[in-house]
Design a protein around this ligand. Structure first.
Ligand code: 4NP
Length: 161
Protein backbone atom coordinates (compact mmCIF):
# COMPACT_ATOMS: atom_id res chain seq x y z
CA UNK A 1 0.00 0.00 0.00
CA UNK A 2 1.12 3.53 -0.76
CA UNK A 3 0.96 5.61 2.41
CA UNK A 4 -0.07 9.25 2.14
CA UNK A 5 -0.09 11.73 5.04
CA UNK A 6 -1.85 15.11 4.81
CA UNK A 7 -0.50 17.72 7.20
CA UNK A 8 -1.71 21.15 8.35
CA UNK A 9 -1.28 23.16 11.55
CA UNK A 10 -4.20 22.17 13.76
CA UNK A 11 -5.44 18.97 12.06
CA UNK A 12 -9.04 20.10 12.43
CA UNK A 13 -9.66 22.06 9.20
CA UNK A 14 -7.59 21.48 6.06
CA UNK A 15 -5.79 18.15 6.49
CA UNK A 16 -8.74 16.09 7.80
CA UNK A 17 -10.81 17.46 4.90
CA UNK A 18 -8.00 16.52 2.47
CA UNK A 19 -7.88 13.02 3.93
CA UNK A 20 -11.67 12.64 3.71
CA UNK A 21 -11.76 13.83 0.08
CA UNK A 22 -8.84 11.56 -0.84
CA UNK A 23 -10.53 8.54 0.78
CA UNK A 24 -13.82 9.35 -0.95
CA UNK A 25 -12.10 9.47 -4.34
CA UNK A 26 -10.26 6.22 -3.59
CA UNK A 27 -13.57 4.48 -2.90
CA UNK A 28 -15.14 5.94 -6.05
CA UNK A 29 -12.23 4.60 -8.15
CA UNK A 30 -12.08 1.30 -6.27
CA UNK A 31 -8.52 2.13 -5.18
CA UNK A 32 -8.94 1.89 -1.40
CA UNK A 33 -6.91 -1.32 -1.26
CA UNK A 34 -3.96 0.39 -2.96
CA UNK A 35 -3.55 3.44 -0.72
CA UNK A 36 -3.58 4.17 2.99
CA UNK A 37 -4.07 7.76 4.13
CA UNK A 38 -4.13 9.71 7.36
CA UNK A 39 -3.81 13.32 8.48
CA UNK A 40 -2.13 15.16 11.32
CA UNK A 41 -1.05 18.60 12.52
CA UNK A 42 2.35 20.10 13.15
CA UNK A 43 0.97 21.60 16.40
CA UNK A 44 -0.40 19.93 19.52
CA UNK A 45 -3.33 22.37 19.78
CA UNK A 46 -6.19 20.00 18.99
CA UNK A 47 -5.02 16.51 19.89
CA UNK A 48 -7.94 14.12 20.29
CA UNK A 49 -10.50 16.57 18.92
CA UNK A 50 -13.01 16.01 16.16
CA UNK A 51 -12.62 18.17 13.04
CA UNK A 52 -13.89 21.76 13.35
CA UNK A 53 -17.69 21.83 13.05
CA UNK A 54 -17.34 24.00 9.91
CA UNK A 55 -15.09 21.33 8.36
CA UNK A 56 -17.70 18.68 9.16
CA UNK A 57 -20.52 20.84 7.74
CA UNK A 58 -18.54 21.46 4.54
CA UNK A 59 -17.71 17.77 4.08
CA UNK A 60 -21.32 16.74 4.71
CA UNK A 61 -22.59 19.32 2.25
CA UNK A 62 -20.45 17.66 -0.43
CA UNK A 63 -21.45 14.12 0.58
CA UNK A 64 -18.00 13.27 1.95
CA UNK A 65 -17.88 11.13 5.10
CA UNK A 66 -15.42 12.56 7.63
CA UNK A 67 -14.19 10.80 10.75
CA UNK A 68 -10.94 11.79 12.40
CA UNK A 69 -9.38 12.74 15.71
CA UNK A 70 -6.66 15.39 15.83
CA UNK A 71 -3.11 14.23 16.31
CA UNK A 72 0.38 15.68 16.02
CA UNK A 73 2.99 14.52 13.50
CA UNK A 74 5.87 12.47 14.92
CA UNK A 75 9.09 10.81 13.75
CA UNK A 76 7.39 7.48 13.08
CA UNK A 77 5.15 9.25 10.56
CA UNK A 78 8.22 10.63 8.79
CA UNK A 79 9.66 7.15 8.47
CA UNK A 80 6.46 5.28 7.64
CA UNK A 81 4.64 7.49 5.15
CA UNK A 82 5.68 7.48 1.49
CA UNK A 83 4.20 10.91 0.77
CA UNK A 84 4.22 13.75 3.30
CA UNK A 85 1.90 16.41 1.91
CA UNK A 86 1.66 19.85 3.56
CA UNK A 87 -1.09 22.42 3.07
CA UNK A 88 1.15 25.51 3.28
CA UNK A 89 4.80 26.52 3.40
CA UNK A 90 4.80 26.96 7.16
CA UNK A 91 3.63 23.35 7.62
CA UNK A 92 6.21 22.25 5.05
CA UNK A 93 9.00 24.04 6.93
CA UNK A 94 7.94 22.58 10.28
CA UNK A 95 7.89 19.05 8.86
CA UNK A 96 11.30 19.63 7.26
CA UNK A 97 12.67 20.71 10.67
CA UNK A 98 11.40 17.46 12.19
CA UNK A 99 13.01 15.48 9.36
CA UNK A 100 16.32 17.29 9.88
CA UNK A 101 16.23 16.60 13.62
CA UNK A 102 15.36 12.94 13.16
CA UNK A 103 18.26 12.34 10.75
CA UNK A 104 16.03 10.53 8.24
CA UNK A 105 17.43 10.86 4.73
CA UNK A 106 15.78 11.21 1.34
CA UNK A 107 12.37 12.38 2.51
CA UNK A 108 10.64 15.03 0.50
CA UNK A 109 7.83 17.22 1.81
CA UNK A 110 5.35 18.19 -0.90
CA UNK A 111 2.91 21.05 -0.96
CA UNK A 112 -0.49 19.74 -2.01
CA UNK A 113 -0.80 22.51 -4.60
CA UNK A 114 2.47 21.34 -6.22
CA UNK A 115 0.24 18.75 -7.88
CA UNK A 116 -2.16 21.33 -9.34
CA UNK A 117 -0.69 22.38 -12.68
CA UNK A 118 -2.49 25.72 -12.81
CA UNK A 119 -2.62 26.65 -9.13
CA UNK A 120 -3.02 30.41 -8.67
CA UNK A 121 -1.35 30.22 -5.23
CA UNK A 122 1.12 27.63 -3.85
CA UNK A 123 -0.74 27.33 -0.53
CA UNK A 124 -4.11 26.22 0.80
CA UNK A 125 -5.27 29.22 2.88
CA UNK A 126 -5.94 28.64 6.56
CA UNK A 127 -9.74 28.93 7.00
CA UNK A 128 -9.70 28.84 10.82
CA UNK A 129 -10.38 32.55 11.29
CA UNK A 130 -12.65 32.78 8.25
CA UNK A 131 -16.31 32.03 7.66
CA UNK A 132 -18.04 29.14 5.94
CA UNK A 133 -17.05 30.61 2.54
CA UNK A 134 -13.38 30.10 3.54
CA UNK A 135 -14.11 26.41 4.05
CA UNK A 136 -15.85 26.24 0.66
CA UNK A 137 -12.76 27.79 -0.94
CA UNK A 138 -10.56 25.19 0.80
CA UNK A 139 -12.88 22.43 -0.42
CA UNK A 140 -12.74 23.70 -4.00
CA UNK A 141 -8.92 23.83 -3.93
CA UNK A 142 -8.53 20.41 -2.30
CA UNK A 143 -11.04 18.71 -4.59
CA UNK A 144 -9.07 19.81 -7.66
CA UNK A 145 -5.59 19.31 -6.14
CA UNK A 146 -6.48 15.79 -4.99
CA UNK A 147 -7.73 14.80 -8.47
CA UNK A 148 -4.27 15.71 -9.79
CA UNK A 149 -2.49 14.17 -6.80
CA UNK A 150 -4.27 10.86 -7.28
CA UNK A 151 -3.54 10.87 -10.99
CA UNK A 152 0.17 11.47 -10.34
CA UNK A 153 0.44 8.89 -7.55
CA UNK A 154 -1.20 6.29 -9.78
CA UNK A 155 1.25 7.06 -12.57
CA UNK A 156 4.32 7.07 -10.32
CA UNK A 157 3.34 3.80 -8.70
CA UNK A 158 1.82 2.19 -11.78
CA UNK A 159 -1.58 1.65 -10.24
CA UNK A 160 -4.14 1.08 -12.98
CA UNK A 161 -7.00 -0.73 -11.25
P1 4NP B 1 -5.85 23.77 10.18
O1 4NP B 1 -6.49 25.12 10.75
O2 4NP B 1 -4.35 23.92 10.34
O3 4NP B 1 -6.29 23.75 8.76
O4 4NP B 1 -6.44 22.65 11.02
C1 4NP B 1 -6.20 25.62 12.02
C2 4NP B 1 -6.80 25.06 13.13
C3 4NP B 1 -6.53 25.57 14.39
C4 4NP B 1 -5.66 26.63 14.53
C5 4NP B 1 -5.05 27.18 13.41
C6 4NP B 1 -5.32 26.68 12.16
N1 4NP B 1 -5.40 27.17 15.82
O5 4NP B 1 -4.66 28.16 15.92
O6 4NP B 1 -5.90 26.62 16.82
Amino acid sequence: MIKVLFVCLGNICRSPLAEAIFEHKLKNHNLHTKFFSDSCGTSDYHIGELPDERTIACAEKHGIPIKHRGRQINRVDIREFDYLIAMDRSNQKNIQNLIDKSGIKNKQVYLIRDFQPDADDPEVPDPYYGGSESFEEVYRILDDAIDHLLQQLRQENQIYA
